[in-house]
Structure formats: C-alpha cells, structure tokens
Design a protein around this ligand. Structure first.
Ligand code: HEM
Length: 519
C-alpha cells in the first residue's frame, strides 16, 4: 500500500482522497466479493487534477449504476443507481453505517447526529427532530431576513465604492451568523467582524476538510499529533468552542429554570427560539458532551451546506441572465419593503425552483458515504460486510438517461404548480437532502433560508462575474467549494421607469393629476 499511497499523493487532491481511502480501508474487514460487480481498474489517470467526484461520473457512464473501484488491495463501491441508493438509504438502512465519515469527523462531531450510528443515533434523532417544528422554522424566517439584510448593507457599500466582492466567503459568514443564533442563540456577527470564536470555527472547519482529503492521517501519529503546530491550533480552537458552548448551555439552563412556560409540542421561547433552548426545556436527559457534539454537528451541517448552495446558485445566475431576470420579476412582485414573511416565502415559487435546480446541479455534499454492516444484495450483486460505499448524488442528479439536458440549469423543469421535488416524489433520482431515516433534519430550514437570502439579494442587486475574476472551478471538502472564490460585481438595481397609463384621462389644470400605480 505504501508505494501506492506515495504515488497517489503526487496526484493532487483527488489522488490524495484516493490515498486517504486506501490508508483508511486498510483496517476494513475483507468483504466477500461479488465476482460480477463491474470493476473499474487502471483508471487512476482519470483522477488527476479534478474534484474527486468528477472522474466518478465518467466511470459511471462506462461501468454503470454500481461498480467497484480498486486501489491496490483495497476497493470501494460507487453507487449511481436510484434503486440501489434507495435500498441502502431507506429500505435496508439498518444494514449500513456512516463508516469512514464517522472516523474522519470524530474529532469535531464526536457522536453527534451526523456521524452517530446505532442506539446513540436513534435516541438523539428522536430528541432533536421535534426541535425543528413548524413554528420554529417559521420564526427563523425573521432571522434569515435580518442576516440577509446585513449582507445587503455590506454589498450596498461595495456597490457604492465600486469594489468587487468575493461572494463565497460572504455566504459562509451569512450562514454562520444564521446557524449560531438558530442552534444555540449565539450571535457570531461574522458579517461585521472576525473575533476569536469565528476564527476558531473556521480553523475547525478547515481541519475537517483537510482530514477528508489528506493522504496521510498525521493527526493520528503519536507524538506528532501533540507537537504539530497545526494540531495545537486545532486543539486550541476546539477548546475555545467547547468552553463557549458550555457557557451557552449554562446560560440557557438558567433561562429555562426561570421561565414559567409549559413544555408542549410546538414549544418555543420567543426571546430564545434556539434548538438548544428547546432541548433543555424538553428535559432532554443527555450528557453535556453529547449535547455539545450535537450542537457542533448542527453548526457544521447547517453552515457549510447552505453557504455552498448560495454560492453555486449565484454562480449559476451569473451564467443564466434570463433566469435571474425571471427571478427578479417574481421577487419584485412578491416582496415589499419589509423583511420577508412566511406568506411571502410560500409565494416565492420560482425562487424555490431556482434553489431546487441549483441543488440538482451542485448537491451538497456531492457524495454520501456508508459502510455495510452485514452481507447484502445490491442491484443483484452480493456484497459482504465492511464494504465502503460512495453513493454519488452528483451522478444521480446528472444522469443523462434520467434528465433532459442534464447539465443545463433549467428551473422550469420543475413545474411551479407541482409539488416541491424531493427524494420520494423523484424515486431517489433526486436526493438534495438524502433520504430514509438519515435524511437531513434541516431541509425545510435550509430551503427557506436560501430562498429568503436569494430573494432579498436579487431584489436589491444585479450580480455578474467580476471582470478578470479567476475561472470558477470546483474542489471538495465536505461540500463543493470553488477553487479561488466567486468574485462578483454587484450593482444596485435601478427601479424600472414608471410607464404612464395610456388610458389615463387627460386632466385639465384644475384637476388633480392622475396617480400612477405604485411601482
Ligand atoms: C443530514 C444536506 C442544511 C442538519 C443531511 C444529509 C444531507 C444534508 C444530504 C444526509 C447525509 C447522509 O445521509 O449521509 C443538507 C443541505 C443543507 C442542509 C444541502 C442546506 C442547503 C442543514 C441544516 C441543518 C442540518 C440547516 C440543521 C439545522 C443535518 C443533520 C443531519 C443532516 C443533523 C444528520 C441527520 C441524521 O443522520 O439523522 N443534510 N443539509 N442540515 N443534516 Fe442537513
């Protein structure tokens, strides 16, 4: 394995990922191999220089909906078939764990809801899902509006100063501010300034991304892990976040003790509607370590994903000005001068389709990871225990046999009067939030958040790629990032001129002039 890892690590990030997998898979139990699963061998050349899920697409076109990718003595299964994806995620989900993902994220999420398996997952899922009830998500719409308004003010200044803006990092800050308030009532205010805790969150996130693409798990090497400056920084960041979370939990506990609200299904404290408050008020009987793991998991889950969705949505809008124009039409008709309400969001049907379609072309994350816990049959092929599996949502969402013009951004493919597309009504060909028991708990939250932010931004500004901006290419950590940011020119929209009503009566000087309809 070692020489192969050495060779692979020269290939750049995709090679690094492959090598990381080899290193990790070295510990996996040997699975009984179904001899007939198509094998993609000797395809390493295809992996050079791209985000790792891209070569998997070409291999899917060659080898089909399930194939084995071999690296030296180790291998993993790539699934791009909706029926097999449904089997793993839903019909036989008990037979699969989070595998490599749980190992990589352990340092930051512990046994939080995303990496957890088995009984821990079952108990925590039952405790957390009720916290994201309808009333809570509705209350969050105000928060999305306030945070988006702060971003608008920043963009307004950039527009006045004639400065281009790097939207990817601004979206990351927007969604960090939102999720901090939403999960544990903490105002990172990262759109205004960087403080120690914001920096600590980013150090931790970067580490998680590095670990998911690194050829050698240096963080596991004894002694090195204690003396490496990088690991020291990560440990300090984690310790600051943990202290902050402990303080927030303590403050919240005091608030809950003082309040005389009865706990009920749609319980929500108006001053602090956070998920943490709900959990404590519900009498959630949980260790503080587990509570911290869950809060940290939701912070990361709800931050990077929504930021990535906004980044790629605005990239797509810059490429498809006709979609932007149609979107602005809808937004102009629906939104008033105040912050969007739930009623407004329900009327923003085309905006929602734009987000649905953006998630089809850029699913976050592009690949779901599982490990088989027992023997199973996938697409008619027997597989053994311990198989590491990548379900490529990217491939499912761009399958040329399933989608007309699969690579084209076409929100119109989802009829406005039809249901919101999801994994169930699309038979697992479309998995923006996963599916089955491990489906995202924040799907409605995230949809409203990205709809509100998109609508508010395009109402006030036009967005174009900045002249001389670096080409927008993809790279991956947990979600799809750009390689060099999304540099855009933002211009304030001039309101369309008021067209005089031609049927207006000619008024004599003595009469009041007719008023045109408000624009
Ligand atoms: C799980 C996507 C926002 C919390 C997932 C999964 C996907 C996903 C695909 C399934 C992962 C798997 O099966 O391996 C997204 C996208 C988002 C988003 C695209 C934004 C547009 C959020 C938000 C929250 C959240 C805002 C929290 C408020 C979670 C949690 C899980 C999860 C806790 C794990 C659920 C479990 O394993 O039981 N998300 N998510 N997500 N998401 Fe989201």
């Amino acid at each position: 394995v070692a020489p192969l890892v050495g060779k692979l690590s020269k290939l750049g990030p995709p090679g690094e990922l492959a090598a990381a997998l080899i290193t990790r898979l070295a510990g996996a139990s040997s699975a009984s191999r179904g001899p007939d699963i198509p094998q993609a061998v000797g395809s390493l050349n295809a992996v050079v220089g791209q985000a790792f899920f891209l070569p998997l697409y070409d291999l899917f076109l060659t080898y089909g909906g399930i194939f084995r990718l071999n690296f030296g003595p180790k291998s993993f299964l790539i699934v791009s078939d909706p029926v097999i994806a449904k089997h793993i995620l839903k019909d036989n989900s008990k037979a699969y764990s989070k595998g490599i993902l749980a190992e990589i994220l352990e340092f930051v999420m512990g046994t939080g809801l995303i990496p957890a398996d088995g009984e821990v997952w079952r108990v925590r899922r039952r405790a957390i899902v009720p916290a994201l009830h309808q009333k809570y998500v509705t209350a969050m719409i105000g928060l999305f509006g306030e945070a988006s308004d702060r971003l608008c003010q920043k963009l307004d200044k950039a527009a006045s100063d004639g400065e281009d803006v790097e939207m990817e990092s601004l979206f990351s800050r927007l969604t960090l501010d939102v999720i901090g308030k939403a999960v544990f009532n903490y105002d990172f205010d990262s759109l205004s300034y960087d403080n120690g805790i914001v920096e600590a969150v980013y150090v931790t996130l970067r580490e998680a991304e590095m670990r998911s693409t690194s050829p050698i798990p240096t963080w596991e090497i004894p002694i090195w892990k204690d003396i490496s400056p990088r690991q020291k920084k990560v440990n300090e960041a984690l310790s600051l976040i943990n202290t902050t979370l402990d303080e927030l939990i303590a403050i919240c506990k005091r608030l809950v003790d003082q309040e005389d609200l009865q706990f009920h299904e749609e319980y929500m404290n108006e001053q602090d509607p956070s998920i943490l408050h709900f959990l404590l008020a519900s009498g959630d009987d949980v260790s503080s370590k587990q509570l911290r793991d869950d809060l940290m998991t939701m912070l990361i889950a709800g931050h990077e994903t929504s930021a990535a969705v906004l980044t790629w949505t605005f990239y797509l809008l810059s490429k498809y000005p006709n979609v932007l124009a149609k979107l602005q039409d809808e937004v102009d008709n629906v939104l008033g001068d105040g912050l969007p309400t739930l009623e407004d969001v329900k009327k923003l049907k085309y905006t929602t389709r734009v987000i649905n379609e953006s998630l089809r072309l850029y699913p976050q994350p592009p690949v779901l990871i599982r490990r088989s816990l027992e023997d199973d049959l996938l697409g008619g092929y027997p597989i053994g225990r311990g198989e590491d599996i990548f379900i490529s949502v990217w491939n499912l969402h761009r399958c040329p046999k399933h989608w007309d013009d699969a690579d084209v951004f076409n929100p119109e493919r989802w009829p406005l009067d039809g249901p919101n597309p999801n994994e169930t009504n699309q038979n697992f060909s479309y998995l923006p939030f996963g599916g089955g028991p491990r489906k995202c708990v924040g799907d409605m939250f995230a949809t409203f958040e990205t709809v509100v932010a998109t609508a508010m931004l395009v109402k006030r500004f036009d967005f174009q790629m900045a002249p001389g901006a670096p080409p927008v290419e993809m790279t991956t950590g947990a979600t799809i990032h750009t390689t060099e940011g999304l540099k855009m020119t933002v211009t304030r929209r001039t309101k369309p001129p008021v067209i005089p009503n031609l049927e207006m009566k000619i008024v004599s000087d003595s009469q009041e002039p007719a008023r045109s309809a408000p624009s």
